[in-house]
Design a protein. Structure first.
Length: 135
């Protein structure tokens, strides 16, 4: 496994959202006023459940990958491998998940796009067999 160097401090265990993750993740809120920006770090094999960022106007999320190797998948589409420097634009109302590869740590900055009537809906876990089939 390659050495893992994150650009931002890892932060504490993500206990506030642990129920929506398989494995352990860590959360460091870099900003909270205006536009929320968080450094989210996933241990090997950790991923969040399927979820949707709802918004009446605007909204969604941006992921800026900073370290390690991970995955992003939208419902009904193939999973996309993520590496440092990759950017993912998640439009509102799109069911998706993201997390680490099985064999290494992964970090991204999660940027909540401001909008009206925004809310996250957490859904079912990613199927183990589907996740295990990823390279």
């Amino acid at each position: 496994m390659a050495e893992f160097h994150d650009l931002f401090p890892r932060g504490g265990e993500n206990s506030a959202f642990a129920q929506y993750f398989i494995g352990r993740s860590y959360l460091n809120m870099l900003t909270t006023g205006g536009v929320a920006v968080a450094n989210v770090t996933f241990e090997p094999g950790c991923r969040n459940n399927w979820h949707i960022h709802h918004a009446k106007q605007g909204g969604g999320q941006l992921l800026l990958c900073t370290a390690g190797r991970g995955w992003y998948q939208e419902w009904g589409k193939a999973a996309r491998e993520l590496r440092p420097g990759d950017v993912v634009e998640i439009l509102p109302e799109v069911k998706h998940w993201h997390g680490a590869a099985k064999d290494g740590w992964f970090s991204h900055l999660a940027i909540e796009v401001p909008g009206e009537g925004t809310a996250n809906e957490w859904l079912e876990p990613v199927d183990d067999a589907q996740y295990d089939a990823l390279a």
